[in-house]
Write a protein that binds this ligand. Sequence first.
Ligand SMILES: [Zn+2]
Length: 353
Amino acid sequence: MSAPAHAAPSMQAVYLTGHGGNEVVCVGPRPCPEPAAGEVRVRLHTATLNRVDLYMRESGAGITHTLPQTMGIDGAGVVDALGAGVSGCAVGQRVLLYPGVTCGQCEFCRRGQEVLCTSMQLLGEHRDGTLAEFITVPARNVLPMPEGWAFEEAAALGVNHLTAWRMLRTQARLQPGETVLIFGIGGGVSLAGLQLAKAMGARTIVTSREPAKLERALALGADAAICSATEDVAQAVMRLTDRRGVDVVFENVGAAVWGSALKSLVRGGRIVTCGATTGDQPGADLRRVFIRQLQIYGSTLGNLSELQELLAFCSQHGVRPLIDSRYPMAQAHAALDRLASGQQFGKVAVSLV
Ligand SMILES: [Zn+2]
């Protein structure tokens, strides 16, 4: 049976119809978007999953959105159509996506800090995302992929590596020769942090509850590893740093590690956090914070200019995101379960072709 002539073209997508588990995640047809003026349409090849996809699946609380909504925050593909007035971008170009659609008008956008935009819309959170055959975004949101990269590597760069880049480079201002402690190695952001910190010339100490993940991190170039299932992390850090402590803590685990993170810092040290998987209300330990003059930075994603800097840095230093596993779109549920399991080492990729 053929569709009526007036029906809008459709595409396959992974979309949410509600909240609370995999049964609200559907794989099926959604309307194929047309690029408006100033927009491009991208034929997506790969997206990789992020913690926020699980958050959207389970609750989406506090994130303004309407259902049904296509999931996925990062992605890479090929420019497929141009809206009116688009220049500097060609059909057939291989691109990765910057995940934030910003207003361009607020005080933060005007000074190039669009990551702080008061009306930021993130793909897969506030608007349709990347787990689909097609997406439309403003032309400024697509960047050329590095030569020779796979689509899944490029997709992963736009969220996890961008987040880690802003945490280390912009917020903590990590310097060559400094020591950085990275909690929970194996997830996308922490692995990006390890890769980037090494390439910046820092000494890296990683933690995990799983010895196998620590072995893999050491093989990737981590300088020391602490098994948090059997060792007190702060005590181990003091042993590894000649009782000095680390210059920077890189953290997205939250309440479960916050206390030992603060105890692991040298006087005047910096902690930068981009997540709170285990809870967001740890004891603040304020006396330690002011007496030892610790600096605490919050961070999430990054600016478009930071993504451009990151692309140049990765090309220069040979940094490429690590892929844990690949799933076809029809197995999106299994891909989400893989991420939820915490067993992954690197990014869980979903193929969209
Ligand atoms: Zn703005």
